[in-house]
Design a binder for this molecule. Structure first.
Ligand code: SF4
Length: 177
């Protein structure tokens, strides 16, 4: 595979993460009924933006957390989300954060106990448990399988998502405004 194809594959993989989010969040919440994060106080003045993308060659995964915060000998990834916070973090956001936790572990050789999702009005600490890591690996496996599938059905009915989607012009399953 050429490097261009490899990069394209990674980009498509990351885009596909977004597609998987809603389905996964609804399924998980209905299974457990438990929130996936606890509300915490954050002092964003002490945060410094992260400039460097992190990568995991084995997983062929690359990502750039918005912030990396040093705390108690750990490096905590922080993802900033626009908009007001839901009751508990959207599952897609949790999976994205889990991917960042994995990348932090891979790149800094220290496993973070948790990561932070900061919405406009609230922040959640999400524990990076072995179970969450396992879920992340499952999602990545499913996404890779879908990457080479001839036809991947749309997994939502949200036209707003389609209207904001970066591949809508090439997608034959987009929902009309
Ligand atoms: S246009 Fe809509 S259905 Fe197509 S990939 Fe984007 S979000 Fe999914």
């Amino acid at each position: 595979m050429t490097s261009e194809l490899w990069i394209l594959g990674v980009v498509v993989l990351l885009l596909a993460v977004g597609l998987f989010l809603l389905f996964f969040s609804q399924r998980k919440e209905s299974e457990t009924g438990l929130p996936r994060g606890r509300i915490i106080y954050t002092d964003t003045a002490t945060w410094f933006p992260n400039q460097a993308p992190l990568s995991d060659r084995n997983l062929k995964l690359t990502g750039k957390p918005d912030y990396l915060v040093e705390e108690g000998g750990q490096i905590i990834p922080v993802e900033i989300k626009s908009g007001r916070a839901p009751q508990s973090p959207w599952e897609g956001h949790v999976m994205q954060l889990a991917a960042y936790c994995r990348l932090v572990q891979e790149n800094y050789d220290v496993r973070p106990d948790y990561g932070i999702i900061q919405y406009e009005d609230r922040a959640f600490a999400v524990a990076y448990t072995a179970v969450l890591e396992e879920e992340l690996l499952d999602v990545l496996t499913e996404m890779r399988q879908d990457l080479f599938a001839a036809d991947v059905p749309r997994d939502h009915d949200d036209w707003g998502r389609c209207s904001r989607c970066g591949v809508r012009l090439d997608c034959d399953q987009r929902l009309a405004d």
